[in-house]
Design a protein around this ligand. Sequence first.
Ligand code: ARG
Length: 582
Amino acid sequence: MDYKDLIASNLHECTGLDKEQILGLIEIPPKLEMGDYAFPCFVLAKTLHKAPPMIANELMASEELVKGFDGAVTVDAAGPYINFKIDRGVLARNVLTEIYEAEDHYGDRNIGEGKNVIIEFSSPNIAKPFHVGHAFTTILGNSLSNIYSRLGYNVIRFNHLGDYGTQFGKLITAYRLWGDEAAMQENPIDELTRIYVKFHDECKVSPEKEKELEDTARDNFRKLEEGEAEEVALWQRFRDLSLQVFEKTYNRMGIKFDNYNGESFYSPMIPSVVKMLEDKGLLEESEGAKVVKLDDEGLPPCLVVKSDGTTIYASRDLAAVLYRHEEYNFYKNIYVVGLPQQLHFRQVFAVLKKAGYDFADDCVHVGFGLLKFKDNRAFSTRAGNIIKLDEFLDKTTEKTAEIIRKNSELRGGDMTDEQIAEVSEVVGLGAVTYTYLKSGREKDIYFDWDDMLDFEGDTAPYLIYTYARIKSILRKAHDADIINDDFNLASELTAEDEYAVIRSLADFKDAVVKAAESYEPFMISRQISLIARNFNRFYNNSRIINADTQESREARLMLCKAVSYCLKSGLDMLGIGVVEKM
Ligand code: ARG
């Protein structure tokens, strides 16, 4: 049963306020003993011409307020608030029943049924290394995709590859002059980076040299745009090889895309975008370029066609959003791109709106902060060099393996090398993923291996360890044949520590919806971290397998299992795996 929903229905009948509005107002009291839900009466003060505490007192007396609860709720007025306290035993039984039904899909809903949500994320530039900075959009976008799917939306995962632009003229030129086929096979991105850097170095040799190279590059790009077979083939090859490298990382992280339509895909659609803007009288000449003025919106003009006639990033994004709407009639079109591009997206959305496309309001830029290392020396990198994601993941799993091995040795060496490697991959990648998702996305992240791999800290290793610990208890109980899963016994779970776990499990569902609404997976990470803390407190303070009574033992085992389902469900939404043993 959804208590919050029931409370909102009842309040709606008592007050006439809109139910959705009530749902938005209901709070969870700051202290457990105050109750499970609180309704602040301030909104009613104006219409009723009474002070909020008085309203709370009067409402409290209404029988309507507790309809449908079968006596399982007590209502209290505390100043301007009405507090609702659900009977602990009843709450426990309901929450456990619900979790057992959903298993590791606890938190799923069908609120998104029939709605298409496009989530664009990762979007690296081809021929360039995939570095730790790209991991933020990749991990955040993947998590949001998981969350929206689990809420029943039809999610389409887009990777808007940076596969277009004048730099490809340079790459083609550089490849013809200095490309090394063997190196290209071996490590295409390193080789493409090498020749791209060389192109720029050679340009510095003399003005004549620079002119010659730049002219050839421009010529090659023009040929590429005009579809000349040789140039297109080279470009295609750079793209395919780069994508193969990216996909290795995506596979390793368990991330999939439905669509790799990069910028090049939209390029042929630009003339019709330009024509549309011209027909609507929105395009203006400015120093030879064509722009859409956005003075009314308080934004600088959006450049659509450059003075040399070539199109740019923004025009490709305009073409892309029109295509996406045409193809998918999206409910939401979400861009997971760093905050530095905020202005760009504001401009693109404003141009759409000006052109009369109201679906501009369904486009969302989900920005995020920067990645910094707490201690730069922790990763040996030459000055100014970027840190490749793959190397970073390797290093993390290596460090994780050291810890796992040590722990195993302390237990007398109960894990094989193979098990250690498998577990370290899941825990290490989880640790990285969690670090990106544990705080509000707009905050900068400070990476530090000790923090990230702290088995007692707010980390993925801590959560996965808690999960594995529960699985070990359940295995023991299973072997002893003492599991019965009798939900009636759940009403035993009323002690303070047990109630805290139940309460946090009950709140998980709301956290998922809030995470989707605010594009903040950290609402989920925060909730499962709270559940794990509450569980470990309960675990440390209570006997489970050796509980005083059989009823209490069975009830506690059920609670353990419910926590394991919920942790697995939440971690999965974040894009983090679990292990059964570590
Ligand atoms: N490739 C771009 C970059 O690395 C990000 C693309 C963002 N998406 C978009 N639709 N503009 O900066």
